[in-house]
Design a protein around this ligand. Structure first.
Ligand code: IPE
Ligand code: IPE
Ligand code: MG
Length: 249
């Protein structure tokens, strides 16, 4: 039986972020080239996005390509960029059917023109959808984002539109590429690696972390439900005591 019935509808995380890792190892396990793993990974993206939309998640952020991933062998980078074009073309009708709005975070100016244009087209086409917001992190890293934010804040101080004393948490949040997107409630990483790899460092300050040994191509909808159920058993204290939380609720 699916674990779906165990999910408490009133405590669905508003925003789930996922570090989709393990495509290469999955392919290697069956003696295939790394790209087979990436292709299979796209099927997982399809399934997880549909499931997230269906259970009423508001934001799903997927780490698809990091700033550091540009340092992979050129053949893999080129093949990944081509796979992205192909995937957007194939998946746009499903996004429309499921009322999903596509967004991206990251330095999309670094993407090849064909890839960038496909994304911008899909973002435009899905812009009035009102269901799940699917946020793809592409050419993204947290340190890149923080540098960009710092430059823009410094420029505003320099030209007099902001004073140093006005800089607060909201200022930083509003200058990140995730501006307007709530912080993740739950961060999942597949493949057994216990690290963050430069993903959403500011935004995950109080996220619940969930690590699984499953490789991304073998991560199922039931695995997603299991992560959500695990999340629902956590107590998010945000620095307070457990007793305080009980009085407040
Ligand atoms: C994650 O899978 C996808 C990307 C980073 C693009 P990997 O390609 O990192 O797979 P492993 O970690 O080598 O198994
Ligand atoms: C993190 O995976 C980036 C993405 C999932 C896109 P990596 O496979 O690049 O991370 P590291 O290098 O093992 O930390
Ligand atoms: Mg990896």
């Amino acid at each position: 039986m699916s674990k779906k019935n165990e999910i408490v509808k009133e405590r669905i995380p508003r925003h789930i972020a996922i570090i989709m890792d393990g495509n290469g190892r999955w392919a290697k396990k069956q003696g295939l080239a790394r790209m087979f793993g990436h292709k299979q990974g796209v099927t997982t993206v399809h399934n997880i996005t549909e499931a997230a939309a269906e259970i009423g998640i508001e934001y799903l952020t997927l780490y698809a390509f990091s700033t550091e991933n540009w340092n992979r062998p050129k053949e893999e980078v080129d093949a990944l960029m081509a796979l992205l074009v192909d995937t957007i073309a194939k998946e746009t009708p499903t996004l429309m059917k499921n009322n999903v709005r596509l967004l991206t975070i990251g330095d999309i100016n670094r993407l090849p023109q064909a890839t960038r244009e496909k994304f911008l087209g899909c973002i435009e086409q899905t812009s009035t959808n009102t269901g799940l917001n699917l946020v793809l992190a592409l050419s993204y890293s947290s340190r890149w984002e923080m540098i960009e934010a710092t430059k823009r804040i410094a420029a505003e101080v320099q030209n007099g539109t902001m004073s140093i004393d006005d800089i607060n948490e909201a200022t930083i949040s509003n200058h990140l590429t995730t501006n307007g997107i709530p912080d993740p409630d739950l961060l999942i990483r597949t493949s057994g690696e216990l690290r963050i790899s430069n993903f959403l460092l500011w935004q995950i300050a109080y996220s619940e972390l969930y690590f699984t040994d499953k490789l991304w191509p073998e991560f199922t909808v039931d695995d997603l439900y299991e992560a959500i159920i695990d999340y629902q058993h956590r107590e998010r204290r945000f620095g307070k005591t457990s007793e305080q939380l009980k009085v407040e609720s």
